[in-house]
Design a protein around this ligand. Structure first.
Ligand SMILES: C[S@@+](CC[C@H](N)C(=O)[O-])C[C@H]1O[C@@H](n2cnc3c(N)ncnc32)[C@H](O)[C@@H]1O
Length: 345
C-alpha cells in the first residue's frame, strides 16, 4: 500500500482495494457506493486483471465479505455492475447482504444508437445495473414492521409507571370497558387502560373516571386507586415524554438512512446522461448527479462514504459536496494523482 493522504475528513489511498480494506476496522463505514471493474468490458489493464470469469467472481466475493465486515449494521451498499454479469453479482451480494433493489441505469444516448441494428444477434446491452443492499444477511433480516413494533414497545416501557397506575386501578375493581365508555361518553377505554395504544386522559375525562371508580369502589366496599390528581399525572407524563423523545432520537439514528421524494428517482429505473467527453475523463466516470442522489438518499451529513474503486472520484466529490467524510481507493497511480489533485483544488 502506498501514498496514503489524509485531508482531514477526506482520505484517498493509492492501493489495491482488497489489500487496503483488510486494514480497516469493522463497522466503520456508513455507505459503500462503488463501481468495481465489470470484467473485460473495457480494454484497460485494470479491467483485464483476472484469467477467467470464475477468478473474477471469486475476487468479487472476497471483496464483498470485506464490505460486509467494514459496513455498519445500519449501512448501505450500492454496487455497480454491467448487464452481462449482473445476475452473478447480485447472487454474490445476496449471499452476504439483504438485497433491496436491482436498479437499472438507462442513458438517453450511448453507443447503442450507433449500432448496425440488422447485424445484432441479441439485444444490445444499453444499461448498467446498481445492486442496492442493506447490511443484514438473510436469516437475521429484520421483519418489515419490526421498526414500528420496537418503537411501540419502547413507548410502553417508558410510560409503564403511568400505564400500570391506570391498569391496576381498573383491575382492582374489575371495571368494564362498557362502563368506562358510558361514563365518559367516549370509546377510549382501550387507550386509557391498555399498553399498546396508551394515552393519558384529559382532565375532564379523568375526573369522570374518578367519579365512576369511586362509585364502584363504594358499591364493592373497596377503595379506588385512581386517587392521584390530574396535574400530578401531567407532570409525570411530561418527564416521561421527554425521555421517550430522547430515546426515539437515538433509536431512529441507528436506523439505515433512506430518504427519497417525488423530485428524485424513487423507482428502480434511473435515467442519467453519461458524462460528456473532456480531456482526462475517466472511461467509466459516473454522472455527478447520480452519485449525489445516492449519497443524499442513503447517508447523513458527517457519515463516512467509501468508494473502493475511486477512478475519477465522482462518488467522493459528491460526498464532500454534501458534507460527508470520504474514503477512496484507486490502484492506478496516474489516475490516483489526477483525482487527488482535482479533489485538493
Ligand atoms: C469502473 S472504474 C470506476 C470509475 C468511477 N466510478 C468513476 O466515476 O470515475 C474502476 C476503477 O477502479 C480501479 N481499480 C481496478 N482494480 C482495482 C483494485 N484492485 N484496487 C483499487 N482500484 C482498482 C481502476 O483503476 C478504475 O479507475
Amino acid at each position: 500500500m502506498e501514498n496514503t493522504v489524509n485531508l482531514n475528513s477526506v482520505n484517498l489511498v493509492n492501493a489495491d482495494s482488497l489489500q487496503f480494506i483488510k486494514t480497516l476496522p469493522e463497522s466503520s463505514v456508513d455507505l459503500i457506493a462503488t463501481d468495481p471493474p465489470y470484467y473485460r468490458v473495457k480494454a484497460c489493464k485494470w479491467d483485464n486483471q483476472w484469467k477467467s470469469e470464475e477468478h473474477y467472481l471469486s475476487w468479487l466475493d472476497e471483496l464483498l465479505s470485506e464490505f460486509w465486515r467494514v459496513l455498519k449494521p445500519s449501512g448501505s451498499l450500492y454496487m455497480f455492475c454491467g448487464s452481462r454479469l449482473a445476475a452473478d453479482t447480485e447472487l454474490l451480494v445476496r449471499n452476504r447482504f439483504d438485497v433491496l433493489s436491482h436498479i437499472v441505469w438507462t442513458k438517453p444516448h450511448g453507443p447503442w444508437m450507433r449500432q448496425n441494428k440488422e447485424s445484432l444477434r441479441a439485444f444490445f446491452p444499453a444499461t448498467e445495473r446498481i445492486i442496492f443492499a442493506a447490511h443484514y444477511a438473510g436469516p437475521y433480516k429484520p421483519q418489515s414492521n419490526e421498526w414500528s413494533e420496537t418503537r411501540n414497545l419502547l413507548k410502553q416501557n417508558v410510560f409503564s409507571p403511568l400505564i400500570s397506575y391506570f391498569r391496576v386501578a381498573r383491575e382492582s375493581l374489575g371495571v368494564s370497558s362498557k362502563a368506562i365508555n358510558e361514563a365518559t361518553g367516549t370509546s377510549m377505554a382501550s387507550h386509557w387502560f391498555s399498553g399498546s395504544q396508551w394515552q393519558l386522559p384529559g382532565e375532564k375525562h379523568y375526573k369522570q373516571l374518578q367519579c365512576l371508580f369511586e362509585k364502584i369502589a363504594a358499591e364493592k366496599q373497596r377503595v379506588s386507586l385512581l386517587e392521584r390528581g390530574h396535574s400530578s399525572l401531567v407532570d409525570n407524563w411530561q418527564i416521561l415524554d421527554r425521555n421517550y423523545r430522547d430515546l426515539l432520537k437515538e433509536y431512529d439514528y441507528l436506523r439505515r438512512p433512506f430518504s427519497v421524494t417525488a423530485k428524485v428517482p424513487y423507482t428502480d429505473v434511473w435515467t442519467y446522461a453519461p458524462v460528456a467527453f473532456y480531456p482526462g475523463k475517466h472511461p467509466c466516470e459516473k454522472p455527478a448527479e447520480m452519485m449525489e442522489h445516492i449519497i443524499q438518499t442513503s447517508s447523513r451529513p458527517g457519515d463516512l462514504v467509501a468508494d473502493f474503486f475511486m477512478g475519477s472520484g465522482a462518488t467522493l466529490k459528491a460526498a464532500i459536496k454534501h458534507g460527508r467524510r470520504a474514503l477512496g481507493v484507486e490502484l492506478e497511480r496516474e489516475r490516483f494523482e489526477q483525482t487527488l489533485a482535482e479533489i485538493n483544488t
